[in-house]
Design a protein around this ligand. Sequence first.
Ligand code: UDP
Length: 235
Amino acid sequence: MKYKRILLKLSGEALMGSRQYGIDPARLKEYAAEIKEVVNQGVQVAIVIGGGNIFRGVAGASNGMDRVQGDYMGMLATVINSLALQSALEDEGLFSRLQTAIKMEAIAEPFIKRRAVRHLEKGRVVIFGAGTGNPYFTTDSAAVLRAIEINADVILKGTRVDGIYNADPEKDPNAVKFDHISFNECIDKNLKVMDMTAFTLSQENHLPIIVFDMNKKGNLAKVVAGENVGTTVND
Ligand code: UDP
């Protein structure tokens, strides 16, 4: 395996599967199976999951809600997804721990870096919930932040497209995919890999990002093995 400790970022929307809202249990089960495959190969797996399938702070704000209030609702949405994912992982026979950036003693541990690392060393999947715990951030920023804190080798952004293209592949049939691209090229070409806060945090800390299609069976294991899947962003 090329990568020994990974931070997997999944968007909340990915959990919807073919639904318009919420969580698709079949999709959750597929993801859990993919994750199991790499854990069984000895890879240490930490996960950050979004909340966009349930609530986004900006969507609340556009309907007149206070932005900060909406962001906290969004953070709670990530905890709902985290609990669902934890349950699916346990159904697969994996051990896991949920750590949240906002204390919720009855359902999760608080985020403690050293404890998270210890769990990973023992082969437990660690899910980081409630984003960064701060409004005006995203779960992409949370993913990069946690990845740096736990010294992950790479951040794997699982999406429904198979990498970064020079144009939107869902709109432009002539769009070309990059195998590798530098952080600076992404900025020059105005390619939106993550939001700018998350992206620059990754660049400043020399943390590579791999964007890949999480919905293709076996892809996660291939990425972790170092196969040429998706697009790698690095220095
Ligand atoms: N959020 C936040 N701070 C964080 C992470 C998330 O306020 O550190 C809120 C924000 O409102 C965001 C929502 O939680 O819209 C859901 O997260 P995100 O949009 O990143 O989820 P995804 O798009 O990955 O599903």
